[in-house]
Structure formats: C-alpha cells, structure tokens
Design a protein around this ligand. Structure first.
Ligand SMILES: Nc1ncnc2c1ncn2[C@@H]1O[C@H](COP(=O)(O)OP(=O)(O)O)[C@@H](O)[C@H]1O
Ligand SMILES: N[C@@H](CC(=O)OP(=O)(O)O)C(=O)O
Length: 570
C-alpha cells in the first residue's frame, strides 16, 4: 500500500515523484526552479570584476526603500502580513547538519509534510560542510595557479556531493549544473587575481545555499509538494556592506513580507529561501550574515511575516546545558528567554547565531530549537519571559582565544573622562569589547579579535590600540584567555558564585577577571585558555551532573520543568 501524508489539506504520497498539487496553481513551477535566476548569472559575470548583483535601477530602488520613499508599498506589505489571510504559520530552518545527504534531504522533506497544519517558509543552509569547503577552496585558489584551480580537492568534493545528491533524489542535474560551472570559473578568477577579498569570499560561499535550496525545492516539487526557490538577496534581504559579517537593515522586513505574501497569493507554493545571504545596500553585492547566519535569516523572516513560531532544526536535542563536545553528558534546556539565548549565543554557544534573537525578541516570535535527527524530542522553546522563580543555572558557555586588556590610568584618582577616552579609542579603531570590569582608575576588558579583524591584521591592530591607549594609561595585554559564561538567573548570583569558586579552587584555577552584566542572566569568569575546558567540565559536573552538592536538579520535562538547580531546603 502506498504511504501518504496530508499537507495543507491535500493528500500526497510519500516519495512519489509525481506532482499532485497542480490544482493550487496553473503555473509550471518546476521549470523556474530548474533555472538559476538571471540576476545570479549577471552577478557571476561580474564576480571576478568584483561586480554587484543588480544594475543601477535596483540600487536606486534600495536607496529609495532606505530613505523611506516606498512607504506606501511598505505599509501595504505590513498590512497584508498582519491579516487573517496570512498564508504562512512558521519558519522551518534546517542547518547543514540536517542536509548532509540525499537521505537526509528526503527525511527533512517528510518531516516538513508531517506537520499538516503548518504552512512553513523553509530556510536552508548549505549541505553538510559545503561552506567550509568553499572557503578552503577559495584559499587554495589564491596560490594554486589558474591551471590547477579545477583540480582543487574541495571543489571536487563539492561537485561530487551535489551531483550525487541530485542523482539519488531523481532530480535533473540542470538544477545546479550552471552553479557548479560558474563556481569553477570563480575559483579560476580568484587564482588569476591571486587574492580573495571579503566581498569575493561572500560571493564564493553563497553557492552553497544557492545550490541546496534549488535541490530541495526541486525535490519537494518532485514528491508533489509545490515549492518555490528564493535567493534571499533577490527578495529584499538588504544588509550593511560589512562583507562576511553583514547586518540586516530595517527595510528588509516589509520587502521580504511583501514578496513572499504576493507570490503566495498569485501562485501558492512553499518558499524555500537561502539562509545566511543578503545584498549590500551600497554595493548591491552578495553579503553574508556571519557563520551560522541562517538562524538570523529564519528569525528575520519570522518577524517580517509576524509568524507564530520560528523553528531551527539542528543535530542536537535543543540548546544544551553545555557544548556537547566538551561535556558529552550535557542535557537539553527546555525553556530559555530571548535574553538568555542571546547571551549564550554571543558568548560562544555555536548552536545559535549571536544576532538571531534580535528579530525574534523585537517581533516577540517564539523560537523553537529542535533536533532533525530526533524530531520527537521536545527541544528548547525560547520566548520573551519564562518562570525564573526556580531557575538558577541554565547553561555554561566557553569562548576561547580572547584577549584580556588591563588598563590603568597614568593620572591621579578622580581623573574626569578616563573611561570615555578609553572607549572612544576603541570606537575610533572599530574594536568590539565583550566583558568589562572597572574601578575609577583602572579597567579590565576582553576583546574578541576574530569578530572584527581579518586574521593577518590582528597583531598590527593590537599594536595600534596599545600605542593609542599608552597615551593615557599603562596597558597590559594578555592573550590566549577564555571567557566562561554562566548563563542563568543572576538573582541567585551568590549561590552560583559560591559553587563556581568552590569548583575552581578545588581545581586550583585562578580567575583573572569576573563580570556580572546588566542583563541579569550572565556571570563571566576569565581564565587561561589552557585551563578553560577542564574548568567547564568541572563546573558542568558540579552544577548539572552531581547530587552530592547542595543542589537538586528539577524535573526538566518539556511543559512543566526548567533546567534549574535549587538549594536543598535544610
Ligand atoms: N550549548 C549548546 N547547545 C547545543 N549545541 C551546542 C551548544 N554549544 C555548541 N553546540 C554545538 O552546536 C551544534 C549545532 O549548531 P550548528 O552546527 O550551527 O547546527 P546547524 O548547522 O544544523 O544549524 C551542535 O552539533 C553542537 O555540537
Ligand atoms: N552555511 C553557513 C550558514 C549557516 O547558517 O550554516 P549552519 O546553519 O549549518 O550553521 C555556515 O556554515 O556558516
């Protein structure tokens, strides 16, 4: 007997390759899925010239949106996504780990149709480790010579993975063949130029998401679920021009809502959108939102459409009490607030993109972190508030390889404007500060060089910063430090600190700086890199795995629990 599922009220057969939703529209969808967008081709032609995605008219349109001159259109868009007839219910975002092979893609497609009441917008990352491979291929291309560019190992790997996947899914390879050819041309261009600018790097990695979404949309159509592929840079994702780490601009929200709603109204089909990508507002070139940026794409669409929920599907059972590669016994955390999740992500938990909570918090759109390998697991639900009365510690996060800076004023006590001068130096140099502890004449702070500096320039940037600060202070720069962040309810800070310092003392670790942020969800401890993992393991054991300390782990079942620790009533 043929297995079947119901989706949007329509019965569809599992793994059938015959489209069954033709009554939803008279437009032949598959043909447009199969051909890469024209703007993409135009961009490819420009790639080695460092060209942009669109011509002048597009640039003018973006500028007009940014100036607010398309307000009428924006208002309409906002109205339409707020109405009862809103076509979409949620975003379902799948990361690279969920899309590693044809088999995984089949499972994800089945997972999507197994929620018949959902009308999702699907956001996808690149398949498996494709982004890493694209970056490696780009780096190799810089020095390998034009004649060797086609032989780069990572290029062969990317080609094999994508061609094998389309073959195994029964999709025509034309869906991605133009992209694969143009990717090879781009690598030859990089080899010829012997340089890989940040702008070209973004363009290079965009191939990953552009191909995965085309494959997935074609597969959905093949099994009878009508789908439409979108490149985010073509549907209104407007960003700053900070290549490799761009910020989403406000104009994105109404533009994306309008495009997705309008398309659905004229021809209903599940949108399959590239994660991680945008279009620079000035350059009109492809930008990326920073590693792991598809989470941000998902929450941006969630806010843009005012959806009920954003689901981010990973390869773990939700946000865990610690990075499982450090603590294999880490447990899922059932509930988090946006603030907790944002701190956790910002201070290094790879599971969520650091900026991804911002649109969700602004739009009050709940975010659910789920496991695509274990869909029945409840996952983690992230909302604006949660019952914090019993929550003490939620998660432990480690951020390694940070720089600690001790700055002591050369002037006497009471010097006015010392802190202002220090921070204006950072501002002038474009340096981001993470954790700060201060007295009147001295301060300690941590810098995260990986965020703002290209690797080759770190030392020059640090030297410049020292030179500037030494005009007003004694400066001591300490590298290879780690921030251990204790995320939870800082109302219980004495309990958390008492326990944490007991663990650190037992392990003979000296804390070099401590900071409790105004967010009331994070206490940060700075230790040497070399001791950091040992500390995290010991802290996790004490807070989450041990029952001999003065704690009891509350039931952490989804629905009534919280991953909390409480003092035992004595
Ligand atoms: N606190 C944490 N909770 C859950 N996962 C974490 C945590 N810290 C680090 N991770 C890592 O994050 C990974 C999931 O994030 P990511 O690789 O970005 O997923 P995807 O590519 O599917 O979006 C997990 O495999 C896990 O190893
Ligand atoms: N593919 C991009 C964007 C992304 O979000 O990936 P993932 O969801 O697999 O972390 C990256 O690897 O950074």
């Amino acid at each position: 007997m043929e297995a079947s599922l119901h989706f949007h009220g329509v019965r569809i057969p599992c793994y059938s390759r015959t489209p069954r939703l033709s009554h939803l529209s008279s437009k032949p969808w598959l043909s447009s899925v199969a051909s890469p967008s024209r703007s993409f081709h135009a961009a490819m032609e420009n790639a080695c010239k460092g060209g942009s995605l669109r011509g002048n008219s597009e640039k003018k349109r973006i500028e007009a949106v940014l100036r607010g001159e398309e307000e009428e259109e924006e208002e309409e868009a906002t109205e339409s996504h707020g109405s009862d007839a809103a076509p979409f219910t949620c975003v379902m975002k799948f990361g690279g780990s969920s899309l590693a092979s044809a088999e995984r893609i089949r499972e994800i497609a089945q997972l999507i149709v197994s929620f018949p009441d959902e009308k999702p917008v699907v956001v996808l990352s690149a398949m498996g480790k494709t982004t890493n491979n694209l970056l490696l291929a780009g780096e190799k291309a810089v020095s390998c010579g034009v004649s060797n560019a086609s032989e780069i190992e990572e290029l062969s790997f990317i080609k094999q993975l994508h061609l094998r996947t389309v073959r195994e899914l029964g999709i025509d390879s034309s869906v991605i063949s133009a992209h694969l050819e143009e990717l090879e041309q781009l690598l030859k261009g990089i080899a010829m130029m012997k340089e890989l600018t940040l702008r070209t790097r973004d363009y290079l990695v965009s191939f990953g998401e552009c191909m995965s979404t085309r494959i997935f949309a074609a597969y959905l159509n093949n099994i009878g679920v009508k789908a439409r592929q979108y490149d985010a840079f073509d549907i209104g994702f407007i960003t700053t021009d900070d290549f490799t780490n761009a910020d989403i601009l406000e104009g994105t929200y109404p533009s994306v809502a309008k495009r997705l709603n309008d398309d659905w109204i004229s021809d209903p089909a599940i949108p399959v959108v590239t994660g991680f990508l945008g279009k620079g507002s000035k350059s009109c070139a492809v930008t990326t939102l920073g590693r792991g940026g598809s989470d941000l794409t998902a929450t941006t669409i969630g806010k843009s459409l005012g959806l009920r929920e954003v689901q981010v599907w990973k390869d773990v059972d939700g946000v865990l009490t610690c990075d499982p590669s450090i603590c294999p016994d880490a447990e899922p955390v059932p509930y988090l607030t946006f603030d907790e999740a944002a701190e956790l992500a910002y201070f290094g938990a790879q599971v969520l993109h650091p900026q991804s909570m911002r649109p969700a918090r602004d739009g009050e759109i709940p975010v659910r972190v789920k496991n695509s390998y274990n869909p029945k697991a409840p996952g983690t639900l992230i909302t604006k508030t949660r019952d914090m009365s019993k929550a003490v510690l939620t998660s432990i996060v480690l951020k390694q390889n940070v720089t600690l800076l001790d700055i002591v004023s050369t002037r006497m006590l009471g010097q006015v404007g010392f802190l202002a001068k220090v921070f204006s130096t950072f501002e002038d140099l474009g340096i981001s500060v993470d954790v700060v502890a201060t007295s009147e004449v001295s301060l300690s702070l941590t810098l995260d060089p990986s965020k703002f500096w290209s690797r080759e320039l770190i030392q020059q940037e640090l030297d410049k910063m020292e030179e500037e600060l030494e005009k007003i202070a004694f400066v001591n720069l300490l590298q290879r430090r780690s921030i251990i962040s204790l995320i939870g309810n800082v109302q219980y800070s004495s309990l958390i600190l008492e326990k944490a310092f007991h663990v650190l003392l037992t392990n003979q670790v000296n804390v070099q700086m401590i900071s409790q942020g105004a967010s009331k969800v994070n206490i940060s401890l700075i230790v040497n890199d070399s001791e950091a993992e040992k500390c995290v393991k010991a802290l996790h054991h004490a807070f989450f795995e041990s029952d001999d300390l003065l704690v009891v782990v509350l039931e952490s079942g989804f629905g009534n629990g919280s991953a909390a620790l409480l003092p035992i009533e004595t």
